[in-house]
Design a protein around this ligand. Structure first.
Ligand SMILES: Nc1ncnc2c1ncn2[C@@H]1O[C@H](COP(=O)(O)OP(=O)(O)OP(=O)(O)O)[C@@H](O)[C@H]1O
Length: 231
């Protein structure tokens, strides 16, 4: 379980409070108005921002002593973090070994991950030769290989068209299901939340609220969510 224990997060004069738990294996949408603190919450889990008060636990372990690289998670940001001078296969291989000295078996796993996202023909291409959707797939393939128990998505697919975005989110959700990973995804689209996430965390008014059942929350939204949704 991922536990926010009396956590306060500060960014300049902005403060966000969180005090709740997320069950292992849940898929959770993080929604709320622009500037409300969704990225702040994800950054704290990722280890880019330390809580000012309180602690974040994963499976009972305080994450404070672990730097971002040592945390049991993979993260997808909007820019997909691809290195332009490396090939598609090398970009994916980084998920296994940062020095890219892959064994035969590791190379085979890279090929398998590329096949899983339908990019086997692009293994030797550079990111600049790919479309936006293909770049997103490379980032997903890297995530598939790392197979970490916590998957964090900070709107990585917002630049894609609706159909492609749906397809990519489904792919990530399938990977999370296959591996039993816990998925936290920021989204501005309530339909994404409905499709992928059984639970929703609303971030509004300086608070990240405990997870609600997504269906219930969207069908009969509490006041802050209704204001955000405009219903
Ligand atoms: N480095 C920083 N220094 C000071 N304030 C910051 C910093 N980063 C973010 N903030 C402030 O923290 C607040 C929360 O920002 P955050 O990016 O978490 O919001 P968000 O909900 O993800 O927004 P959006 O949906 O627009 O991406 C905002 O008011 C923002 O101005």
């Amino acid at each position: 379980m991922l536990r926010f224990d009396n956590v306060t997060l500060m960014q300049g004069s902005f403060a966000l409070k969180a005090d709740f738990e997320i069950e292992t294996g849940d898929h959770v949408a993080v929604i709320g108005p622009s500037g409300a603190g969704k990225s702040t919450l994800i950054s704290a889990v990722a280890g880019f921002l330390a809580p000012t008060t309180g602690k974040i636990f994963w499976q009972g372990q305080d994450l404070a002593s672990l730097g971002p690289g040592a945390r049991p998670m993979s993260i997808l940001f909007q820019d997909n973090n691809l290195f332009p001078h490396l090939s598609v296969a090398q970009n994916v291989g980084l998920g296994l070994r940062p020095d890219l000295r892959l064994s035969k078996e590791e190379s085979a796993r890279v090929a398998e991950a590329l096949e899983q996202v339908g990019l086997e023909a692009k293994a030797e291409s550079k990111p600049a030769e790919l479309s936006g959707g293909q770049m997103a797939r490379v980032a997903i393939a890297r995530m598939v290989l790392r197979a970490r128990p916590l998957m964090l998505l900070d709107e990585p697919f917002s630049a894609l068209g609706p159909a492609l975005k749906r397809e990519m989110l489904q792919l990530v959700s399938d990977v999370a299901n296959d591996t039993g990973a816990t998925l936290l995804m920021i989204t501005h689209d309530p339909e994404d939340a409905r499709r992928i996430a059984q639970k929703t965390v609303l971030v509004a008014g300086g608070n990240a609220l405990p997870p609600m059942d997504t269906q219930d929350a969207l069908d009969d939204p509490p006041a802050e969510l209704a204001a955000y949704l405009g219903v």
